[in-house]
Design a protein around this ligand. Structure first.
Ligand SMILES: [Zn+2]
Length: 125
């Protein structure tokens, strides 16, 4: 399948190669593989930095605070129960969302034209 037909969201969520949609993007939980094991695409362009973590903080923070307020209004849990419950929920949601968000971000980078060896310094020549 041509890379222009692949959705970077779908391939990113699945942790697949942005070019062929078949090969694995990750070599570990969050480690990016060196290249696609299906089409051989060099993943050295892939650098999502802190982007996925930043994008996860906003929805997870919103969800956790809303759930905290709702459950407190409905059930009146003691403060220590809220701390235990919502800190674990925050950690679990963040870990669960990190890989799909990183996959989508790398796939969007490829879709936007990021290629191996590319960078601001390469613009000059
Ligand atoms: Zn591939």
């Amino acid at each position: 399948m041509s890379d222009t037909q692949l959705s970077p969201i779908a391939t990113g969520l699945a942790g697949r190669c942005p070019r062929c949609g078949e090969g694995r993007l990750f070599s570990g939980f969050l480690g990016v593989a060196d290249k696609c094991d299906s089409c051989g695409l060099d993943y050295s362009f892939a650098d999502s930095g802190d982007g996925p973590a930043v994008l996860i903080m906003f929805p997870v923070g919103t969800i956790v605070v809303l759930l905290w307020l709702i459950t407190d209004a409905l059930f009146g849990f003691p403060f220590i129960v809220h701390i235990a419950l919502w800190s674990l929920t925050t950690i679990a949601l963040s870990i669960a969302l990190l890989r799909p968000f990183k996959g989508v971000m790398i796939n969007l980078q490829y879709k936007a034209g990021a290629r191996p060896g590319g960078g601001p310094g390469d613009m000059e020549g």
